[in-house]
Design a binder for this molecule. Structure first.
Ligand code: PSU
Ligand code: MN
Length: 304
């Protein structure tokens, strides 16, 4: 008997928050399942949810379990996401995972699609996927970009990972009419580093300004997502020389091992975490935490 497709299931607290007009922040599960190692990922999952609650909003971590898309996970479901063995699901994989009754962690694109469909307009993550270095030959461009082009959701992130071609990624976001706002910065952040070397087209200086831009974007018919890019807190930034060494090593490792497709980003992040003795892990967790806090402030501003 084939698995019967199910509509997304909202946790009771998320359903309650939406019904009463309180702020809700979507959180993705790929960064937990494929971006952070165990057991740090489980601790980070709890801390992210606590951070969102502390700002007065409701966290909604998104994942597919037993073929059911969930918006808002309980403790046992977070355990499963962080235990390993889940598939990495982008938008094209959602129907497959649901149809076949699988477990999977959702990327930025897939989380955005499920959250927006459920009426959650704000989402926090670490870094967006983008155009990979060498994409001219490999055609490796994250489905996050096409996903944001058609999904109306405000994504708080620390720019894109420095493992990508940042300039090309910004060009695609421009082509796809996805607004990019720097949060209290004129520089587009580079994930582990505060400045990717590329400017942002626009800057906002508080959650209220971000909320005003989002409302206007939607009111004017903007059907795309919006990127609110916040640099990692200065104290948590990865040392520049260490960063550049890890990046060069990581890219060489990928080529040597022939890593391609959806394994590229997790493999590079893992190299950073192991080869830096956890320094990049601390940076990664710090930036996601800061983004969760800002996303919650924007969600509260939008709800008010
Ligand atoms: N941010 C993090 N860690 C991650 C990611 C974001 O701090 O692992 C994930 C997101 O789920 C994003 C994915 O969608 O990296 C990009 O994967 P790809 O390059 O294969 O599209
Ligand atoms: Mn890719």
């Amino acid at each position: 008997m084939p698995h019967v497709a199910t509509a997304p299931v909202l946790s009771p607290s998320v359903a309650d928050a939406l019904a009463s007009g309180r702020g809700v922040v979507a959180l993705e599960s790929t960064l937990l399942a494929h971006g952070l190692p165990a057991p740090e990922n489980r601790k980070a999952a709890d801390e992210l949810e606590a951070t969102v609650r502390a700002q007065g909003a409701e966290p909604a971590t998104v994942a597919v379990l037993d073929g059911v898309p969930y918006i808002g996970l309980d403790e046992g479901q977070l355990d499963r996401v962080c235990a390993g063995g889940l598939d990495k699901l982008s938008v094209r994989d959602l129907g497959v995972a649901v149809g076949l009754g699988r477990d999977g962690a959702t990327t930025v694109a897939a989380t955005a699609a499920l959250a927006a469909a459920a009426g959650v307009p704000v989402f926090a993550t670490g870094g967006l996927g983008g155009v990979h270095r060498g994409a001219r030959d490999t055609w490796d461009v994250s489905a996050d970009l096409a996903g944001l082009a058609r999904t109306p959701i405000l994504v708080v992130c620390s720019g894109v990972k420095s493992i990508l071609d940042v300039g090309a990624t910004l060009e695609v976001l421009e082509t796809e009419s996805v607004p990019v706002l720097g949060y209290r910065t004129d520089a587009f952040p580079g994930f582990y580093r505060r400045d990717s070397g590329h400017p942002v087209p626009w800057r906002v200086n508080g959650p209220d300004e971000a909320a005003a831009v989002w409302r206007a974007h939607r009111a004017l018919g903007g059907g795309s997502g919006l990127v609110l890019a916040q640099p990692v807190p200065g104290a948590d930034e990865l040392d520049l020389a260490l960063h550049d060494r890890l990046l060069a090593e990581g890219l060489a490792l990928l080529a040597e091992r022939g890593v391609t497709g959806k394994d590229v980003t997790p493999a590079l992040l893992e190299h950073f975490h192991t080869a830096s003795d956890g320094a990049s892990l601390a940076t990664n967790i710090a930036l996601v935490q800061a983004n969760a806090a800002l996303a919650a402030q924007v969600a509260v501003a939008l709800a008010g």
